[in-house]
Design a protein around this ligand. Structure first.
Ligand code: SAM
Ligand code: SF4
Length: 354
């Protein structure tokens, strides 16, 4: 896969205070204009991170958002309350690195108390997870996805530009002991960097009831060096895993889960493949993202955003905020345009949360 440097998509930032909108019925869960029910909000709690993974951030020169541009906790809780009121049920906390938030445990407890929110998950690099895993569980966190790109400590350190594998392993163990189950591990596969680690990571499922997800690297901004030619199509990885372990049992896809899951014979866990690049799953998309600076980001791989922070700080009332969120859901783009070389331009993965 070769992406052109010339990114074609115009920036589309919608100011909900000045953009004309229809009125939406308020008694139905929010659906987009293609009939998809959108009920899953992924929240980037911060764009900062203690790592610089090669497929996510450049090593130097990251510019982070100034503090006054970030949503306050009260603003964040109000946004989540509003999304819950229009039918969102599931929340994922992500980043940057969500465990950098000192108030994380109390935030989880506040989110759990919001009527309508049924499930809270978190995606983390787990470097700082071990000491807080039990508190997070007690506060209401249901489970975690932990990123791990190699079981070779040296290679892992190189890919993350600094993480100690032992810290992450301690985080995984603590999460399991705390009952943040099932444990899900995310591995972004980049050709030439860690594609030959897939067999070792898949082998973890032989003895552990973990779900491993192999993710095709996506061409967000700031990582041109690995996005170009770094994609290993899932079909190729499945063939490699089958060559090692024999035929995989096909567990299929579940609604609203982008992973196609399989199981190695007699394994306790499962392996899944997220093929956003080679086999887009936009037709079953159920999610939107909230950035740390308060914008609803409508599709991971497009730039369209609705500026909720502007609405909040202009003093809109709850009914109007619900209308704004319903409108953002309605105009969610159909899907990404990677095959036409339409690439996101304004935010890297670390500001979107995956
Ligand atoms: N810091 C946390 C972590 O690493 O798990 C949460 C934020 S990170 C941006 C969320 C997920 O995005 C991680 O699983 C990470 O591996 C994945 N990710 C980062 N860059 C990616 C890329 N270019 N393509 C596909 N997935 C990516
Ligand atoms: Fe940080 Fe997660 Fe991005 Fe790695 S993938 S740099 S841990 S935000």
């Amino acid at each position: 896969m070769q992406y052109e440097e010339n990114r074609l998509q115009p920036i589309s930032l919608i100011d909900p205070l000045t953009t004309p909108r229809p009125r939406y019925a308020s008694d139905q869960p929010a659906h987009d204009n293609y009939g998809r029910r959108i009920d899953y909000l992924r929240i980037s709690l911060t764009d900062r991170c203690n790592l610089r993974c090669v497929y996510c951030m450049p090593e130097h020169g990251m510019q982070f958002m100034p503090k006054d541009e970030l949503l306050s906790n009260d603003e964040l809780i109000r946004v989540i309350r509003t999304t819950a009121a229009v039918g969102f049920r599931k929340i994922r906390l992500t980043g940057g690195e969500p465990t950098l938030r000192r108030d994380l445990v109390s935030l989880v407890a506040q989110i759990k108390a919001i009527p309508g929110i049924e499930h809270i998950a978190m995606t983390t690099n787990a470097v700082k997870l071990a000491p807080i895993a039990a508190d997070l569980k007690a506060a209401g966190l249901d489970r975690v996805n932990i990123s791990i790109d190699s079981l070779n400590a040296e290679r892992f350190k190189n890919m993350t530009r600094g993480a100690k594998l032992s810290d992450v392993w301690a985080g995984i163990t603590a999460a399991e002991a705390a009952g943040l189950l099932p444990i899900k591990l995310n591995m972004v596969v980049v050709r030439g960097l860690n594609d030959d680690d897939v067999i070792d990571v898949a082998a973890l499922t032989l003895e552990r009831a973990w779900d491993i997800r192999f993710i095709e690297v996506m061409p967000l901004t700031g990582i041109a060096d690995v996005a170009n030619d770094g994609v290993v199509p899932s079909s190729e990885l499945i063939a490699r895993v089958e060559a090692e372990f024999g035929p995989l049992a096909d567990l299929g896809m579940h609604a609203a889960d982008p992973a196609h899951r399989y199981q190695i014979a007699h394994a306790k866990g499962s392996i899944g493949f997220i093929s956003s690049v080679s086999e887009p799953f936009c037709s079953t998309c159920n999610r939107m993202r909230l950035t740390a600076d308060g914008r609803l980001h409508l599709c991971l791989l497009r730039d369209d955003e609705v500026d909720l922070r502007a609405a909040l700080r202009a003093g809109v009332d709850d009914a109007e905020l619900m209308q704004i969120v319903r409108h953002a859901v309605a105009i969610k783009p159909w899907g990404h345009g990677l095959s036409e070389n339409i690439l996101p331009t304004i935010r890297g993965m670390s500001a979107l949360g995956g």
